[in-house]
Design a protein around this ligand. Structure first.
Ligand code: ATP
Ligand code: MG
Length: 561
């Protein structure tokens, strides 16, 4: 029997149940609601894949809604970056919307609430308001301003709106229940005064709605059927519903807030606030630094959209908080690039190899397979000559038994080329090996079909012809943090765990076919890992980012489990 039904995650199950109890499929509508106060990270990708994935599955529209209710932190740069990242992932939103589109409507509704005695203006200090909030086990107490007259509330709220009061002096609060067991229901703040220019509405508003007030009502205005957010909002759901009660009209869609666990990743931090710190304090080169867990950082590192989507699929949707191993993300990009990335040869820690019986002026352009995993990938020509670079670690003067690479008197194959045997070394004044001398077997060319070419030797090395090599800058990245959970250590700032060796820059020599590469192109440097051409490159100086090595740590981890 063919297996064609993937088991539903719990959110899909909720949707299926709603459809079964009469919600027409044509009424399904989702949204992704980023706040434009930073760049998107791999955690956001989980939410994007989830919401847009539901859109695709149910053929339903998905809005992109910028939750822009705090002008102090939000910027157009972030709006543009967010749109770019979602498009790069390959998703299409239905409408591009902003919570600020609804400022007037939200204000009008707030007026109605004041008139119905459901909201009041408070002018206590924020400390006093906090004190009266109580604790989870202790009821709060009413504000002395809770019973202002409607007329007075109207007057003060208008003055708040007109900018007559300084920041922090007045707030509008919903009048709900200071004794509610749910702290969010204890007269939550609906509006505060902020004196900052908003990236869309400029200075026309002096008061800004709080998240809870803006979010649910925006969902309602857009007729979102399922408003999916992360677990920390579970306790807000009661308030979300209470606010909806204030505006809900019959025969409209009543949005349903449901929560799933945030995506956390080991060896990194994922809050925009912390990522912003890394950028501002120059621990990294920017939001798109290849060590950042941002979508733009991963893109620059060489990740493909497919690998990120695959990662989201495998990591799945959880009901409880958990941490996903970064090795899974690395597995996903390796698996993708293994199928798609052209192979080339590059040497990143070079030592010179001189083939003493190869003619000095000769060169041959040898056939090399572009990708053995892809039969359509074809072949390219790689130049071979008397002097080559090989990797320093691929040679030992005296090898132990398990060293299957080059050493004196031992034969290895040069990939796509000949079998060689090392004869002696030339050292510099410091005693470091400057040149390895070898001879080659003239009949042993790979693929030539001769007896000599079929000879089995233990090792195969990658190499680059010295006179044809393209000298390049190679950026080798390691984890940005040397702790699995840098932001969960008591009394320690997450920055204390920054790995001082997260970037190593070396000079590499790459085969000349690489001259045709464009920014962002990805390659497997054979035996070394996957690399992509960085945007800092120019025509005359290529810079490569190492995306990931070839070592498969995920297979080891998952085998243990
Ligand atoms: P951060 O804490 O990183 O600033 P945020 O939740 O404030 O994140 P928003 O821009 O408000 O960021 O998030 C947009 C959407 O993405 C929200 O629906 C949010 O729940 C979701 N989201 C944010 N971070 C994660 C995460 N780590 N895993 C899954 N979803 C996330
Ligand atoms: Mg947020």
């Amino acid at each position: 029997m063919e297996e064609n039904t993937k088991s539903l995650n719990f959110l899909e199950q909720i949707i299926e149940d709603d459809l079964a109890s009469g919600l027409p499929q044509s009424k399904l509508r989702f949204r992704f609601p980023p706040e434009p106060n930073g760049y998107l990270h791999i955690g956001h990708a989980a939410s994007i894949c989830l919401n847009f994935g539901l859109g695709l599955k149910y053929n339903a529209p998905v809005n992109l809604r910028f939750d822009d209710t705090n002008p102090a932190a939000e910027e157009q740069e972030y709006v543009d970056a967010i749109k770019n990242d979602i498009q790069w992932l390959g998703f299409k939103w239905d409408k591009e919307l902003y919570s600020s589109d609804y400022f007037q409507q939200l204000y009008d509704w707030a007026i109605v609430m004041i008139q119905e005695g459901k909201a009041y203006v408070d002018n206590q200090s924020s400390e006093d308001i906090a004190k009266q909030k109580g604790t989870p086990t202790q009821a709060g107490t009413n504000s002395p301003f809770r019973d202002r007259s409607i007329a007075e509330n109207m007057d003060l709220f208008l003055k708040m709106k007109n900018g007559d009061f300084p920041e922090g002096s007045y707030v509008l609060r919903a009048k709900i229940d200071m004794t509610s067991p749910n702290m969010h229901m204890r007269d939550p703040i609906m509006y505060r005064i902020i004196n900052a220019s908003h990236h869309r509405t400029g200075t026309s508003w002096k008061i800004y709605p709080m998240y809870d007030w803006a979010h649910g009502e925006s969902d309602y205005l857009e007729q979102i059927s399922h408003s999916i957010c992360t677990l920390e909002f579970k306790s807000h759901r009661e308030l979300y519903d209470w606010y909806l009660d204030q505006v809900y009209a019959e025969n409209t869609i009543r949005p349903k807030q449901r929560e799933f666990a945030r995506r956390n990743l080991s060896y990194t931090v994922m809050s925009k606030r912390k990522l912003l710190k890394l950028v501002e304090e120059k621990h990294v080169a920017g939001w798109d630094d290849p060590r950042m867990p941002t979508i733009s950082g991963l893109r620059r590192r060489g990740y493909t959209p497919q690998s990120i989507i695959k990662f989201s699929e495998i990591a799945g949707i959880a009901k409880r908080d958990n941490v996903t191993d970064v090795a899974l993300l690395e597995y996903c990009i390796k698996d993708d690039l293994n199928k798609t990335a052209p192979r080339i040869m590059g040497v990143i820690d070079p030592v010179k190899l001189v083939i003493t019986n190869y003619p000095a002026d000769a060169e041959e352009w040898l056939d090399a397979e572009n990708n053995q995993e892809d039969e359509n990938a074809g072949y390219r020509k790689v130049p071979f000559s008397k002097e080559l670079y090989i990797e320093r670690e691929d040679f030992k003067e005296e090898a132990h038994k398990k060293f299957f690479r080059l050493s004196i008197g031992i034969e290895v194959r040069l990939k796509n080329a000949y079998i060689i045997k090392a004869t002696h070394v030339v050292k510099d004044t410091y005693g470091l090996i400057a040149e390895i001398h070898c001879t080659y077997d003239t009949d042993s060319l790979s693929g030539s079909g001769t007896e000599a070419s079929k000879r089995k030797v233990k090792g195969t090395l990658h190499w680059v012809s010295v006179k044809h090599a393209v000298k390049s800058e190679i950026r080798l990245y390691d984890r940005l943090f040397n702790h699995e959970a840098p932001d969960s250590q008591k009394d320690k700032d997450f920055k204390e765990f920054i790995n001082p060796d997260s970037l190593k820059i070396v000079t590499g020599f790459i085969e000349p076919s690489v001259k045709l590469a464009a920014i962002g192109d990805r390659f497997q440097f054979q035996r070394l890992g996957y690399f992509c051409l960085d945007k800092d490159s120019s025509k005359d100086s290529l810079i490569f980012n190492r995306t990931v090595t070839l070592k498969d740590t995920w297979a080891k981890i998952s085998a243990k489990e």
